[in-house]
Design a protein. Structure first.
Length: 1136
């Protein structure tokens, strides 16, 4: 029996396993059996028999299936096996049916095959259970059926299309499915758009417009464009879907969407064309005109409209733009709203000329002339945004249509831009726009002759007070230079450029360097010329020269920078008699044979300038030299040979500084004479010397890896200066100092300040390790005894360091501890040291804040002042520790405890500004990233710390009130001193969403009401009842607190919320209290954005105050006056 006959025989219920075996052979690429070939070879009668048997097999298989809605994982094992077998049979029948469809010829009968197709169609709803592979085979069958144009093709084509559409949404790589959807797009022409049966397909089709895979791919675009022509009503739905998606589209996707709209318009005709124009394109035009410029979709809508403008060369685009813009654009250009005018200006100038090509030439010319007049008018618009947009538009028009515009029009436009708008004093944005947009015109070579004459009139724009204008002007000059439109120095002279280079910001300076680089660093010329240009630049403007060479390394290779350094060295050598250089001059090496040195004479200012340039150049290539050891050794050797002679010859103060800096780049062995004497020079300096005298020496010694020597010197001086320190330790240290030099603690602290103020030197010192730094930290800590001696002594202490020195040492002890905690330890050793200092301050220093009874008044005041300085210095250090997040919960607790104890002391008021800084930093460090954290837990350390912060703030308010009562004038001065700190603290407090910081504002509100109520209670005559109109008319503490609150709209809003909460809780009840609240509200009512909070509070007061209405004369004139004044204020607030 042949394979064909065996296959036919197997296609039945009785031999189903054999039939499935044939299908497995077909799928096995190693087997020669192919179902399509077998069916192709069958005569027509055998095919019909085959299809009949397959149809019968399919029907029987479908009958035996388990219940429809069973889930495979919930089935019994037997049911699952039945389902799996049934799926295999249906899949096999589908595969044979699909192969059979491909073999059908015209005139063949296929009734049984048609029955199979119908049965499978009914079976599709089970596919979620039966799996995806079977769905693919049914899809293949129906797709082939559709393409063959067989009976009921519409039904099966719809099914194939629906399957492809759904799969295109779920496939990881949907490209093939989108291609299949496009191949079946004609199926849609057979569907009734209005039919409810097709609602699912319509919904899926709209999803296509939300899928980037469709929007980006070629086949997807073809399909989306086709959908515009499916139904007129569908265009509305498409446009609405696209508009809803625009907000989430990036720029690239928006461009693809614009292309789809354009292709749909280009392809459409008749009613579809009219619909696309009116519903889609004109709608985008209107939105591009009337949308707020800050709208998230504005830029995308504008981009879609701009896409049509870029296609003006395509047939019929000009006419379409003319017809659609006609009813909306020209009115919008004269609208009252400036944004509408600005938006329409952009569209108008981008679409220019907006004309109908079918009109006569005369009408077109008249229309264009009117549009040019309109553009000129827009340059005079009263709003700068419109003028800026018009400048951009006019420059685009000039660049694009220069050849077609009359010369007089071009001249008028450019004169308006360069001579008028470039000097628009009312708006830097307009001036900036001129110079940003002129490069567009410069791209057209025909513009160069006219601009060459006009641009010099704008030369003073290099000095514009707006940086962005200066930047735009320089960018334009760079463009002028690039296109060779004119000589840039004719537009803006070198003197002006140099003046700006010397003083301007980095953004401006780097552009000037870009402009001038080839002029002063002509890399294609000789090295001698480089040096000559360098000298010229220094002579023109030394500061500009320094700026120029700071940026030079960005425009040329490090090799050229090093060559310039060496050629400058040779020029400097001409000023000194150096034997090694005389040998260099006669040397045959390349350096000396190419160009002789430029002689400088005895101009020390020029020499100093060249030395500064060398330092700047070396610093710019320092990293490159470190990576090239050979180049570093060569350069170091060259400069090392002459450094000693330079120090001898160039003794001018200005030349010394760059020489020392240059020496710091070299290894110490290269400058032995100088390097050996640096530490000695540092020892011999006198206290009080200017930082310029030692700063660079310290930099040198750290660069040479000798930071340990400086640190030892500082430690020795500070240790030797301590009283009663002449023991073994002191002797041992003095042995190390080879010269007999007195201890200079002031200078030691100055050196320490300098070392830690600059990152490179600080890093070198901290890299020494913990041992020497810990030793220094211990010595600095010992200076507390000196401070205490000054505190407790009533007379001058002989041979004791000054108070100022001791205070500096005390501060450095804390600062060094913070550095060590951050860099050299993982524990909390140095935090513990600060905590010990806090205890010392509380125990030993704090008592001196209180006036000493029975002692000399002058000495007591002196001790009080010193105690306050010590406490403020320590709190400042702690504030810095908290700011850089070095503190932990225990540290916070100790410092807050000190603040609390301080405020309880008699003289603690002196340190309130420093305490407020601590509170602000602690509160700020405890602001959670997530306010949904467990906020109510009493065990939460953060809640505990913040509770302490709130309590301390309340104490501050109490201390201020107490001070005002005791010493009104001193209290007012104290209130003024706390304004900045309180403002910063409240900025943090008002951002906190939970207790306890929310209680801060209630504390402020309570003290204001109490203070104002006391004022009201002291009123003796009705005439004194006057509602305050400003903060200055409030009592002193209330005035201070309200002035802080009103400086921040956010704090004001939070404060009014607290006022409303207090009123709603009925905590405010008496007439005097309500009157006090109204007086606070009267002061606040001028604040912006406070209307809602004010009216809410006023309504609460209105509900309570009328019960205090006074009609009987016996109730008192003062109470009546307070009531009437309050009602008047209340009405004013309610009618805001």
């Amino acid at each position: 029996m042949s394979k064909r006959e065996a296959f036919l025989e197997a296609a039945g219920k009785e031999n189903v396993d054999e039939f499935l075996h044939f299908i497995e052979l077909h799928r096995d690429t190693a087997e020669p059996f192919d179902v399509e070939e077998v069916v192709q070879e069958m005569p027509s009668n055998q095919r019909e028999v085959l299809w009949g048997r397959l149809e019968s097999l399919l029907q029987n298989t479908l009958k035996d299936l388990p219940p429809q809605h069973s889930e495979e994982q919930d089935m019994e094992p037997d049911s699952a096996a039945v389902l799996k077998h049934a799926t295999s049979v249906v899949d096999a029948v589908t595969l044979v049916a699909a192969a059979s469809v491909k073999t059908l010829q015209e005139g063949d009968t296929y009734n049984e095959l048609l029955k199979i197709a119908h049965s499978l169609h009914e079976f599709l709803e089970l596919l979620p259970v039966l799996g995806v592979p079977l769905q693919v085979h049914i899809q293949t069958l129906y797709e082939a059926w559709w393409k063959k144009g067989l009976q009921d093709m519409e039904k099966f084509g719809r099914a194939a299309f629906l399957i492809s559409l759904q799969k295109s949404f779920t496939a990881k790589k949907p490209g093939a499915e989108i291609q299949r959807v496009w191949s079946l797009h004609d199926v849609l022409l057979t569907l009734d758009y209005m039919s409810e049966d097709n609602k699912q397909i319509k919904d899926l089709l709209l999803q296509c417009f939300q899928r980037p895979a469709y929007i980006r791919s070629d086949d997807g675009k073809r399909f989306l464009v086709f959908l515009f022509s499916w139904s007129l009503d569908f265009i509305w739905a498409i446009h609405g879907t696209f508009k809803n998606e625009l907000e989430f589209c990036n720029k690239g996707l928006t461009t693809h969407i614009a292309e789809i709209y354009f292709r749909a318009w280009k392809k459409a005709d008749g009613d579809f064309l009219e619909k696309i124009e009116s519903v889609c394109i004109q709608d985008f035009m209107q939105n591009a005109i009337f949308l707020h410029r800050m709208s998230p979709v504005y830029a995308k809508v504008r981009e879609i409209v701009s896409y049509f403008h870029t296609k003006k060369r395509s047939p019929n685009v000009d006419k379409m733009l003319h017809d659609l813009y006609k009813p909306i654009l020209w009115k919008a250009l004269s609208a009252a709203n400036f944004e509408v005018r600005a938006n329409s200006t952009f569209l108008f100038t981008e679409a220019f000329p907006v004309h109908d090509p079918e009109q006569s030439k005369e009408n077109i010319d008249m229309n264009i002339q009117r549009q040019l007049d309109t553009a000129m008018g827009l340059l005079d618009d009263p709003h700068p945004t419109v003028r800026s947009g018009a400048i951009l538009g006019v420059c685009k028009i000039l660049a694009k249509y220069w050849e077609l515009l009359p010369p007089a029009i071009i001249t008028d436009f450019l004169k308006k831009l360069v001579m008028d708008l470039a000097a628009d004093s009312s708006s830097p944005d307009v001036r900036c726009s001129v110079f940003k947009c002129l490069p567009l015109v410069l791209d057209n070579p025909l513009s160069h002759p006219l601009l060459e004459k006009l641009l010099p009139t704008s030369k003073y724009s290099i000095h514009d007070n707006s940086e962005k204008v200066r930047i735009a002007f320089l960018d334009m000059l760079i463009k002028v230079k690039a296109v060779r439109a004119a000589k840039f120095w004719d537009v803006c002279s070198m003197d002006h450029l140099m003046a700006r280079l010397a003083i301007d910001s980095q953004s401006v300076s780097k552009r000037i360097v870009d402009l001038l680089f080839k002029s002063f660093f002509p890399v294609n010329e000789s090295e001698k010329e480089w040096c000559s240009r360098c000298i010229t630049l220094i002579q023109m403007n030394p500061m500009a020269a320094r700026k120029f060479y700071q940026f030079a390394h960005k425009h040329t290779a490090p090799t050229n920078i090093i060559k310039l350094m060496l050629v400058i060295r040779r020029s400097l050598n001409s000023c000194v008699q150096v034997n090694c250089d005389m040998m260099d001059i006669t040397d045959n090496n390349k350096e000396n044979s190419i160009a002789p040195p430029v002689h400088l004479g005895q101009d020390m200012a020029l020499v100093a300038g060249l030395l500064e340039v060398v330092v700047i150049l070396w610093r710019s290539v320092e990293k490159a030299l470190k990576h090239n050891e050979e180049a570093y050794k060569y350069t170091s050797a060259k400069f090392g040979n002459v450094m000693s002679k330079y120090f001898q010859a160039f003794e001018d103060e200005r030349a010394t500084a760059p020489l020392i800096k240059l020496a710091s780049f070299l290894p110490p062995a290269a400058v032995p004479t100088f390097s050996c004497g640096v530490l000695s020079r540092l020892r011999k300096m006198e206290s009080g010397v200017a930082p310029e005298q030692y700063s660079q020496l310290l930099d040198c010694i750290c660069s040479w890896g000798q930071a340990a020597d400086v640190l030892e010197l500082i430690t020795d001086w500070l240790s030797a200066s301590l009283p009663k320190q002449a023991g073994k330790e002191g002797s041992r240290r003095k042995v190390r100092i080879q010269e007999s030099v007195e201890a200079k603690p002031d200078l030691a602290l100055a050196y320490l300040e300098d070392l830690f103020s600059h990152t490179p030197t600080r890093d070198k010192v901290l890299a020494l390790g913990e041992k020497p730094l810990k030793q220094l930290h211990t010595v600095l800590g010992s200076w507390k005894s000196v401070l205490y001696s000054h505190l407790s002594s009533t007379t001058e202490i002989p041979e004791c360091p000054s108070t100022e020195t001791a205070l500096k040492a005390f501060m450095f002890h804390g600062r060094l501890g913070a550095h060590l905690q951050h860099n050299l330890t993982e524990g909390r050793e140095y935090l513990l040291s600060l905590e010990h200092v806090a205890v010392w301050v509380a125990d030993r220093v704090l008592p001196f804040l209180t006036k000493q009874t029975g002692s000399n008044q002058e000495e007591s005041d002196k001790s009080q002042l010193l105690a306050a300085q010590i406490i403020e210095s320590f709190l400042t250090v702690c504030c810095d520790v908290i700011l850089v997040d070095l503190g932990d919960e225990k540290f916070y607790s100790e410092i807050l405890h000190l603040c609390s104890v301080l405020l309880l002391s008699e003289g603690g008021y002196r340190c309130i500004p420093a305490v407020l800084l601590i509170l602000k930093e602690v509160a700020n460090s405890k602001v959670p990233e997530d306010n949904n954290q467990n906020q109510e837990s009493k065990e939460d350390p953060t809640a505990v710390i913040l509770g302490v912060v709130a309590n301390i703030f309340q104490k501050i308010i109490e201390v201020l009130a107490k001070r005002l009562r005791k010493d009104p004038e001193g209290g007012k001065q104290l209130c003024l001193s706390v304004v900045a700190g309180m403002r910063d603290f409240l900025q943090v407090a008002q951002t906190w969403d939970r207790e306890p910081l929310s209680g801060v504002l209630s504390t402020i509100f309570a003290i204001i009401i109490v203070e104002k109520r006391r004022v009201l209670q002291k009123i003796a005559h009705p005439e004194e009842v006057i509602a305050p109109q400003s903060v200055d008319e409030m009592p002193p503490l209330s005035s201070t607190l309200l002035s802080v609150i009103l400086k921040s709209p956010q704090i004001t809003k939070s404060f009014l919320t607290e006022v409303g909460s207090s009123l709603d809780s009925e905590a405010i009840s008496s007439l005097s209290e309500l009157a006090a609240v109204l007086r606070v509200l009267a002061v606040i009512k001028g604040a912006k954005g406070s209307e809602a909070g004010l009216k809410s509070a006023a309504v609460s007061i209105q509900q309570q105050i009328h019960k205090y209405a006074i009609s009987d004369e016996d109730d008192g004139e003062i109470q009546r006056a307070i009531y009437e004044s309050s009602v008047k204020t209340l009405n004013e607030i309610l009618h805001l």
